[in-house]
Design a protein around this ligand. Structure first.
Ligand code: NAD
Length: 317
């Protein structure tokens, strides 16, 4: 192992973000252990890393304890798309809460630094816009999205309690909508839904009028932010918003996807989804100040790379 190389555990490493993170860490020469139960992750996303001597995979569920020796832990395991996290909501809460307890326990035993992946969903349907980290959120505790939102909120509580109680070097990032290649075809998130529908010539479903806004961060930018946050000194624990502050309505995203794919699909209005937030945009002042980070990839460029990926997967390249 190179001097300076670390032993790094990535939970959820076979998922969309996890696979890009593993790739980046492997390229940097670290010893990477990818842990995943393949609920939404796929072996295909990490297949290109399997013959690398500094990459290992373990099939495991974070709801159960793990005993490995590591220097850093990125805790990403959790389905992120509503269709997947609502499929078995009890399991979703368990993954967030028990997963956080098990990974924090591992960090405590090994002295590893831990970076936990939280979400903009902790802000719920926000009454403050854009959302800074000190906004406490507006979350329904008993709705269909609560298993994810409240599970993530509880995991944040655990991270901060472990820090207060045990003085551990732990960190929380709140990730806003991120997109890019390697999202699942049936992922259910708006960017992949629109791109896949446009390439298949199917209608793009616009829920609740399409005036709701979102901000989309390209995966490469997000991974830069994650690695920068892990590298900060122990006094920086966050939470830190990571996302792209440029805001777009869902309808305008659909129109952009149609233009970039050159497709002819219809934009079809459908009823609003329960507890769907009306607007979402990160205040990234803290990340800019503490990490010197901000997203660099413009939406149309990131969408073009995502469309190219899905064209290949769908075989109409
Ligand atoms: P993803 O669904 O592609 O990846 C999640 C990974 O976790 C998958 O590989 C899945 O198999 C694995 N997993 C799920 N439950 C597990 C369990 N019990 N044990 C072990 N592995 C398990 O989603 P993603 O977009 O890559 O998200 C990664 C993390 O980032 C998640 O924690 C998610 O909540 C967070 N996040 C992502 C976004 C985004 O826009 N992509 C936004 C906010 C937060």
């Amino acid at each position: 192992m190179d001097v300076g190389a670390k032993r790094i555990l990535v939970t959820g490493g076979a998922g969309f973000l996890g696979s890009f993170l593993c790739e980046r860490l492997v390229e940097s020469g670290h010893e990477v252990l990818c842990l995943d139960n393949y609920f939404t992750g796929r072996r295909a996303k990490i297949a290109h890393l399997l013959d690398r001597p500094n990459f290992e995979v373990m099939r495991h569920d974070v709801c159960f304890p793990t005993h490995v020796e590591v220097d850093e832990i990125y805790n990403l395991a959790c389905p992120a798309s509503p269709v997947h996290y609502q499929h078995d909501p009890v399991q979703t809460t368990k993954t967030s809460v028990l997963g956080a307890i098990n990974m924090l326990g591992l960090a405590k035993r090994t002295g590893a630094k831990l970076l936990h992946a939280s979400t903009s969903e902790v802000y719920g349907d926000p009454a403050v816009h854009p959302q800074p980290e000190d906004y406490w959120g507006n979350v329904n505790p008993i709705g269909p999205r609560s298993c994810y939102d409240e599970g993530k909120r509880c995991a944040e509580t655990l991270v901060f309690d472990y820090r207060r109680q045990h003085g551990m070097p732990v960190k929380v990032m709140r990730i806003f909508n991120t997109y890019g290649p390697r999202m699942n075809l049936d992922d259910g998130r708006v960017v992949s839904n629109f791109v896949v529908a446009a390439l298949r010539g199917e209608p793009l479903q616009i829920h609740g009028g399409g005036k709701q806004t979102r901000s989309f961060c390209f995966v490469d930018d997000l991974i830069d932010g994650m690695i920068a946050l892990m590298a900060t000194p122990p006094d920086i624990c966050g939470p830190i918003n990571l996302g792209n502050p440029s805001e777009i309505t869902v309808r305008s995203l659909a129109e952009t996807v149609m233009r970039l794919t050159g497709g002819r699909s219809e934009l079809r209005d459908t009823p609003a989804l329960a507890d769907d937030p009306r607007q979402r945009r990160p205040d990234i002042a803290r990340a800019q100040k503490l990490l010197g980070w901000e997203p660099r990839v413009p939406l149309e460029q990131g969408l073009a790379r995502t469309i190219e990926y899905f064209r290949r997967v769908l075989g109409n390249a």
